[in-house]
Design a protein around this ligand. Sequence first.
Ligand code: S3P
Length: 212
Amino acid sequence: MKDEKAVAARTAEGQPRALSVSSFRPHPSSFVLIGFMGSGKSSVGRRLASALRLPFIDLDSDIEKAAGMRISQIFAAIGEAEFRRCETEALRIVLGKPAVISSGGGLVTREENRALLRTAAQNGSHIVYLRAQADTLAGRIRRQPGTRPLIDGHDTPLDMEATRKRVRELLAERAAWYEDCATLTIDTDRLRADGVVSEIVRRLGENRNNQS
Ligand code: S3P
């Protein structure tokens, strides 16, 4: 075995073989997916994690498991402020880990979270903003009624027009925060989850080539 290695390290002429690092896998990074409700963070996150062979962490699911309640129940029973506190705590625990982390759409509303994301980006994490138009998001949100307390409240789900209006208002408040925190922005309106993953991987490769 030792001899085989020694032989492989030499050319047929007995000269030391030139080392190639092109096949080295990069150090596993942390990817945080940010974006509005309905932007596909969870479905893209799961697929991206599998493509990059990294663990997948879904912050909302982790909070639901810890609380033993759905997000809508947490908002109704305990309130948004306590949910936001847990969200920051959960973010602090997972940030920087080699994993794909999907976050809740409101993560960027807290300055503390934005600062955490900025620091993570400086330390090499990729903060990926899945961007979409308000009407695209509203259409996707309406397909999962009753799961977004900030859109539907706790009663009857809004109709399509009212959903569009609410999404436009909230997106107008948040859009600049998503843009500011992102190290990579992907326009997802015309893409399915697999297409978004391919685009993320392609753009990361492009950025790496531009840096080298
Ligand atoms: C929220 C988004 C939700 C969830 C909560 C609040 C928001 O996550 O965290 O309902 O403020 O935008 P998704 O973006 O996964 O729907």
